[in-house]
Design a protein around this ligand. Sequence first.
Ligand SMILES: Cc1cc2nc3c(=O)[nH]c(=O)nc-3n(C[C@H](O)[C@H](O)[C@H](O)COP(=O)(O)OP(=O)(O)OC[C@H]3O[C@@H](n4cnc5c(N)ncnc54)[C@H](O)[C@@H]3O)c2cc1C
Length: 552
Amino acid sequence: MKTEELRDEIKKIIEGDVSLEEADIEHYARDTSLFYVRPRLVVFPKHKDDVQKLVQFVADKKANGEDITLTARAAGTCMTGGPLTESIVFDATKYMNHVTEVTDTYAVSEPGVFYRDFEPKTLEKGWIMPSYPASRELAAIGGIICNNSGGEKTLVYGKTENFVKEMEVVYANGETDTLKSLTKEELEAKMKEQNEGGRIHRELYELINANYDTIMQAKPTVSKNSSGYLLWNVYNKETGTFNMPKLITGSQGTLAMMTRATITGIVPKKHRRMLVVFIPSTARLGEIVPALLKHEPETMESYDDHTFKMALKFFKDIAIRMGGSFVSLGLSFLPEFWMVLTGGVPKIILMAEFAGDSEEEVTAQRDKAYEDMKQFNLRMRKTQSDQESKKYWTFRRESFALLRKRLQGLRTAPVIDDICVHPRDLPEFLPKLETIFAQPKYSSLIYTVAGHMGDANFHIVPLVNIHEEGIVQTLHQLMDEVYGLVVEYKGSISAEHNDGLLRTPYLPKMFNQETITLFEKVKDIFDPKGIFNPRKKVHGDMEYSFSKVDRK
Ligand SMILES: Cc1cc2nc3c(=O)[nH]c(=O)nc-3n(C[C@H](O)[C@H](O)[C@H](O)COP(=O)(O)OP(=O)(O)OC[C@H]3O[C@@H](n4cnc5c(N)ncnc54)[C@H](O)[C@@H]3O)c2cc1C
């Protein structure tokens, strides 16, 4: 079928827009990953009914032999190629961007609501969803949920999976359902329903129940993981509860399309104080991090010397992001400029923020940590105001955005962007990681390291000349070696950014064949004809993915 005919047919059945404009195709060919995949056409649904009709349409065409699939997109900031497709993509941010209800304990949101618009609404009621990602100014609810994102506050509150109470979805046959955690009795009633929701609950329950031990053994033991289908979170054999939203969360739109979510959160602490630790080398990081974690900071984030220097280079942009007077900001950055001038830039800047309900409480907590950390004989700073802390936060949050400025023709290659191990393993893990990077074949790679140090979750992003001969093979080798090491320490190859085109081919490194087969069965239960977001989460194809590297 010609794409123009496809467009015209879809236009007839939905109220939203359908585009074949070159500017749209080009825009939706990218997220923030390494890939470039041109969609066939772009749809902007107006509401749930449009999504439902679109799914039904795609399912019918597929049944009639058309080579067609459907991929959902929110803000398109995924670093793994999650929302990229050669077929149809729909973008929820244009119309499906309403928060329809906000109460003191929950909010109901469409998938296209940007987090930057969502948080002010929940804050009016005194709470936030604390799992927002570092891309909080860019990302939207659909992607945050379907990637199971995490962020700075995940250390204490966990990832997005903890805050999705209810979810409205469209299944691959076009039927809709509302998913929530079910008690044993509710599950039994649900499984008796003679509809798609009933079938899926029945088959999924049978699969999990029959393979319970395998699934529990496959569960990564690190504090954060987005890799694979999160099957271990669904069924609790002891209580009998069955929580389907926990499976759809993080499934990258491969099982069902999400059209609405009921989101909960936490009441943020009123006061914060930060301790900044400047660490000259990674040698003792494995001792420093656990020592600081004992003081129970709310967040423990980090960035490295490359990020730090880049932030100073782009100081003007940083200052604009922070708001306020240019002169006073310039003055507040003086110590940092001085560090660069005197060659005293630390390798790692570690930010531990302590939160509580009174200023005295947090200051005391922070000062206690400061006294304890003196044992390491490091340079430290106690921030005196929220504005001073904001400076460090902006450096951290903007670290990847800064990198994307394509310095001297180099571009970011997020290929080992989200590894996670247990903090107790850092003393052994980090030197081995450094040994990998020290090999001559990687000597030309400039890379930055930022991350959620409290969870031992590192975002390592090399800057590369994508036109250099052999560079893609080099990145490939780097992935093989780094993921090999992560798996040796029973870590996760993706703590929060998820699998997408990038990591799905690597899942057999992290999970055994039995578990991979279970993932494939899950996909078959939800999407037997394979119409949702192909090559993500299951049936990854390394050759295909790396043929899509963006060389522009
Ligand atoms: C500067 C920067 C910093 C980042 N920091 C973090 C971080 O700290 N933590 C983190 O977790 N991630 C981070 N990311 C990655 C990314 O921003 C997050 O994963 C984000 O939550 C993705 O949201 P999005 O709206 O851009 O989703 P998209 O990229 O649009 O989509 C993500 C996935 O969700 C699926 N999806 C979207 N909407 C739906 C729907 N309605 N139904 C079904 N499936 C859907 C898509 O198909 C895709 O697979 C960062 C990215 C950047 C650029």
